[in-house]
Design a protein around this ligand. Sequence first.
Ligand SMILES: NC(=O)NCCC(=O)O
Ligand SMILES: [Zn+2]
Length: 422
Amino acid sequence: ALSHPAHEFCAVGGDASGCGGGGDGTRILIKGGTVVNAHLAEEADVYIEDGVVVAVRPDIPVDVDNVRVIDATGKYVMPGGIDPHTHLEMEFMGTVTIDDFFSGHAAALAGGTTMHIDFVIPVDGNLTAGLESYKHKAAKAAMDYGFHMAITKWNDEVAREMEVMVKEHGINSFKFFMAYKGSLMVTDDLLLQGLRKCKSLGALAMVHAENGDAVAEGQQRMIDLGITGPEGHALSRPPILEGEATARAIRLAKFINTPLYVVHVMSIDAMDEIAKAKREGQRVIGEPVVSGLVLDDSWLWDPDFTIASKYVMSPPIREAGHGKALQAALSSGILQLVGTDHCTFNSTQKAFGSDDFRKIPNGVNGLEERMHILWDSMVTGKISVTDYVRVTSTEWYYTLNLLKPGFSLEVTRLSYQNALFN
Ligand SMILES: NC(=O)NCCC(=O)O
Ligand SMILES: [Zn+2]
C-alpha cells in the first residue's frame, strides 16, 4: 500500500533496461561512498535516473555536464528508513495527535526516514470511511507512506470490507488493539474472527498486546491509592499484562495457524513469549520501538508533570533492564524491525491528565529521531551496518513480501563523522 507505487526499485547491479522512465530527467551520481544494503556493504557509486537507482557498482563513468555528482567519500549510502508504526493526525483519547502528514513527514525526512506506515482508524467501525478520512489527511504528504488498518468492531460488513481493503486498496495488514477498554479494545472473540479473516485473505494480523480488562483494574487500584500522577500509568499496567496478552495472541494465532506481528514490544515478558514461539517454529514478528529500546521509566517519576507526561505511552516505557534486553533480542533476531509508534501530543494536550493519569493522551515521538538513536545505541558493536539497514528499512519489505519490482525504496546518506543525515 504505497503512495507512489509508480516508483520502481532496480536491484543492485541492475542495468537501465526495465528501470526508470516517466521521470523528470534528473541524473544523479553518488560517488565513492560505502553502499550499505541489508546483506552487503561495498565501495560503489550509485547512479540514479528519474528517481530510480539504475546502477550500483564502482567507478561508474558519467557525463559530468549532465549529471549532478555528489561526493560520498567516507560516507555510507543506504536506503531511506521505513518506519512501520506511526499515528499522524490520529483522533485518540479526546484529542488529535499534533503531527500531521506534513509536519510528521518533514520530521521524518530530517531524520533519514523516507517512508512510514500509518494506522487507519475506522470511523464507527467502518473501514471505508476510515480510509477516506486518512486519504484526506494524507493529501499534504511530502514523502511515501502506506497504511495498515485497525479493526475495532466485528460484523459481516467489516469482514467484507477487509477483503476490499486487501484486493482494491493494497492494505494487507490489520491491527487489533487488546487494550484501551471502552474505545479501541477488541474481545478475544473478535480477535479470533479477525485472525481467521486475515488467514483467508493472506493478510498480516498485528496486535497491540496488553490485557485491557486488567489494565482498567490496575488503573482503578492506583486511583484508590491516591496515585494520580504519570507514575500511576506505569504502575497500573505492569509487564505481566503485556506478557499475558502477547502469549494469548500468539496462542490464538497458532490455533488459527496464521502469522502474527506484535507491535511495540516493550518488556522482557512479551519478548520472552515471542522467543518461545519462534523456537517452536511459529511465525511471529516482534517490533520494538526506539523509546522502549533506549529509555527507562524513571522519567515517569519526574516531579515536573510536563516532563513526566511526555513519557506516557502504552505499553509503558519499562524499568531499566528491559531496554537492554530488547536490544539484545534485536541483535539476535528475536525481534525483527524497529518502529517508533510516533504519536505526539503537545504539553497542553498532555495536561488533560494533570489530575488523573488515565486522561493523559498516550504517545511519544520518534519519527525524526529513530535512525540516529538506533545508530548511536546499537551500531556500536551490537549490530552491523547491514543489520542496521535491515531493521530500519528493508525488513518491512520482507515482512509483507514486498521486495519486488513496482515498489519503491528511497536512498538516504548518513555521514557518520559529523552525525548528519542527508
Ligand atoms: N502507544 C501509544 O501510547 N499511543 C498510540 C496508540 C497505540 O499504538 O497504542
Ligand atoms: Zn501504535
